[in-house]
Design a binder for this molecule. Structure first.
Ligand code: ZN
Length: 240
């Protein structure tokens, strides 16, 4: 993908109601008592991506708040320092770092309960992973379809996981995960870490400081290349 401004990227994320291929990665979101039928793409429970991340609050152009995961730099991490200023906030601007697992999955059905495999990432605490996922893996075949159910809200939320025999009263169609990944042009590693579109952002210290100062990790960039990409031609506010 060609370079685009961070603002544009945010707009695009906001506009996007569901994963439709390309470089964006959705995380699995469930409401209280909602369930999802998924295929786990983990080959082995020990082969999972774990990052220590800050939950960082962002605001879209349209004013909507959302959080993203930013990789903690460890020693001298500016976000660790900033998190100390937000310890008493219910939804802090910057949280303390937490260990989070990122499990690549295919969600098998869309919101209308139609069979439509989509690539997503399941993000949970390491504690959940050990107590629930690894525990389930000791009893079930995790390469088969799974049902994930959320119940509760806030600190009383639990996510259960068990084998899916049927979905919405019908047999679950067979899925070739590799074909789905190919069709959607998904690179699992990149979907999780390393690009602005990954679930885990890898900001450097300068970007973190920039975020703390301005709310965005990127210095506003007005060079010609970007202008051309983010504004339709003929719509130049300066009129030339
Ligand atoms: Zn940190």
């Amino acid at each position: 993908m060609s370079r685009m401004s961070f603002e544009t990227a945010n707009e695009r994320i906001d506009q996007q109601s569901q994963y439709s291929g390309g470089n964006y990665t959705n995380t699995l979101m469930l409401k209280d008592k909602e369930n999802a039928f998924v295929l786990s793409l983990l080959k082995d429970v020990t082969d999972v991506d774990v990052y220590s991340v800050h939950k960082v609050k962002m605001t879209s152009k349209s004013g909507k708040e959302y959080t993203i995961d930013v990789d903690c730099l460890g020693k001298d991490c500016p976000l660790c320092k900033e998190a100390q200023n937000h310890l008493n906030e219910k939804f802090p601007q910057v949280s303390k770092p937490r260990d989070v697992v990122y499990v690549p999955i295919i969600r098998l059905y869309n919101k209308d309960k139609e069979f439509e495999p989509q690539y997503m990432v399941l993000t949970r605490s390491t504690k959940w992973y050990r107590n629930t996922y690894v525990e389930a893996a000791s009893r079930f075949d995790m390469s088969k379809p799974l049902e994930i159910m959320r119940s509760g809200n806030g600190v009383d939320t639990t996510w259960s996981i068990y084998p899916a025999i049927k979905a919405y009263g019908k047999d679950i169609p067979e899925v070739d995960p590799n074909k789905v990944l190919d069709d959607l042009e998904v690179d699992i590693d990149e979907s999780i870490y390393g690009t602005p579109f990954s679930v885990v952002k890898n900001w450097n210290a300068d970007q973190m400081n920039q975020y703390i100062e301005t709310g965005s990790p990127y210095v506003p960039n007005n060079d010609d290349t970007e202008e051309e990409e983010i504004k339709p031609r003929g719509n130049n506010k300066y009129g030339f």
